[in-house]
Ligand binder design. Sequence first.
Ligand SMILES: Cc1cc2nc3c(=O)[nH]c(=O)nc-3n(C[C@H](O)[C@H](O)[C@H](O)COP(=O)(O)OP(=O)(O)OC[C@H]3O[C@@H](n4cnc5c(N)ncnc54)[C@H](O)[C@@H]3O)c2cc1C
Ligand code: SF4
Length: 492
Amino acid sequence: MLNAMNRIRWIFAGQLGAQFDDGGRLLLIEARSAFGRRPMHRAKAHLILSALRHRAAELGDRVEFHQVLDYREVVEGRTDLEVIDPTSYSARRFVRRLDARILPSRGFVTSEADFAGWADSRGGRRLLLEDFYRSVRQRTGILMQGESPAGGQWNYDTKNRHAPPKGAVTLGLPDPWWPVEDDIDAEVRADLDRWQAESLVHLVGADAPRRFAVTEAEANLALDDFIVSRLNDFGPFEDATLTGDWTMAHSLLSAPLNLGLLNPLDVAERVAAEYDAGRAPLASVEGFVRQIIGWRDYVWHLYWYLGEEYSAANNFLRASTPLPASFRELDARAIEANCLSHTIEGLHDHGWAHHIQRLMIIGNWALQRGFDPVALSNWFADMFVDGTPWVMAANVIGMSQHADGGIVATKPYAAGGAYINSMTDYCGGCRFNPKVRLGEDACPFTAGYWAFLDRNEAVLASNFRLKMPYASLRRLPDREAITLQERMRDGT
Ligand SMILES: Cc1cc2nc3c(=O)[nH]c(=O)nc-3n(C[C@H](O)[C@H](O)[C@H](O)COP(=O)(O)OP(=O)(O)OC[C@H]3O[C@@H](n4cnc5c(N)ncnc54)[C@H](O)[C@@H]3O)c2cc1C
Ligand code: SF4
C-alpha cells in the first residue's frame, strides 16, 4: 500500500500555483493531443504551453515532466498517482479510471462540500448569486464590519456601471503590466509554428506578444499593478466600452486565476485591504470582490451542481444556427456591425474580451440569431485565453443564451442598439444607426432584438420580466417587415 509520501501528484494546467503543491513529488504532462481536438486560439495554446513549461522549469528536480502525444502514455498502468480533483467532467472521469488517489478540488474560495451545504440549506429555493455572495462575505469576513457589510450596503451597483466618459478615446489609465517574453515563449512559438505547418493543430488568431501571466510571480505583478493603477476605476467603468481602450479598467486576471496561479481568497483579501487602508473606494472594491468570491465561485459550483447533462440537454429556444465563418476564423473584416467587428478583432488579437463584450455584444448577437448553444460554448472555451469548460455552463448556456429556460438567469440577456449606444462609443463609427430598425441603416442589434422576441414569442411571452417588451413588440407597426428583413440578413 502506498502512503502519501510515496505518491507523485499529477498537476493539471489549472493547478500550476503553490496552492496545489504540498511539497512532494510532482508530475506534469504536456499532451499535444489536447491542442488538436478542435480549432483553438493561438494565444491560448501559447499561454497554456508556456505556463506548463515555466512551471516545469521552476520545479526543477521535483518534477517529472513529459512532453507526449497523449496523457495515457504516461499515466496508464501507474499505481503511484495522486491528483487534486480536476476541473471538468471529462478530466474527472479520466482520473477515476486510473489507480489514483483523489484529493478534494482547490482553487476556489468556497469548497464543493460547503457549497453543497449552502445549497441544501435553502430547501429548494432558487440558488441566487446575491444570497451565495452574502453568505461568503459572512463566512470569510471580507468587507464586513461585525455582522454588517462594510459601509452598510451589500451592493454598490448604483454607484458603479457608468457610461464611458463623453468624448473620451480611452479611460486615460496607464498601460497594464505586460509580461516580458523569454526563451520558453520563443520555444513555444517555434513549436506552434511547426505543429501548424505539419497540420497537427488548427490555430486561429494572433500570438504576439503574450499578454497574460504564466507564473505565480508574473500573476502577482499583474495583481499589484491592477490594484495600483486600475482598481479605483474598476467599479464605475465595469460595464463601459471604448473602441480605443481594449482593457478598460479590468484586471486581466482570469487567465492566471484559471491556471491556478493566484489564490482567489488572497486576491479578494488584498483588494479588500485597499478599502480598509483608505486607498480605494468601497464601490469599486466591493464590485471587484463580488466578481471573485461571488461570481467566479458561483459559476464553478453551478457547473457541478447543474450536472454534466445540463449543457447538452438544454436548448429552450431550440437554437440551431451554425457558427458563421467570421466567428470560427475570427474574421472581423467579414462583419459590418462595428461593435461586433471590433470585439471579434480584439479577440483575434488578444484571445480576450471583457465581460460586456462577451455578454452584451458576442452573446447578445448569438442569442438574437439563434446560434447553437453547445457549439457556441465550445467556441468560447477554445477562443478565449481563460476559457475552460466549468465557466461555460452558467455563463454561456445559462446567462448568455438562456438555453436553460431560466435556471441561471430569469430573462434572456437580449438588448437592442440603444443599450450598446449608451454603454460604448461604437455606434458613431458604424454604418448602421442604433435608432433605426428598418431599411438600409437598420441596426442589426435593434432589429435583431425585435426579431428575436418575435421568433420566440411562444416560449418567452409568458415570462413576467418580458411583459413590457412583448407589449411593445405587439404595438410595432412594422413588426412583420423587421422579422423578414432580419431573416434575409446573413449570419455574420
Ligand atoms: C459569455 C461569457 C463567457 C465567459 N467566458 C469566460 C471564460 O471562458 N473564462 C472566465 O474566466 N470567465 C469567463 N466569463 C466571465 C468574465 O467575462 C471574465 O472572467 C472576465 O471578462 C475576464 O476578464 P478580467 O480578468 O479582466 O475580469 P474582471 O472584469 O477584472 O473581473 C475579475 C474576475 O472576476 C471573475 N469573474 C467575473 N465574472 C465572472 C463570471 N461571470 N464567471 C466567472 N468568473 C467571473 C474572473 O475571474 C475575473 O478575472 C465569461 C462571461 C460571459 C458572459
Ligand atoms: S449601430 Fe448597431 S451594429 Fe452599429 S455599433 Fe451600434 S449597436 Fe452595433
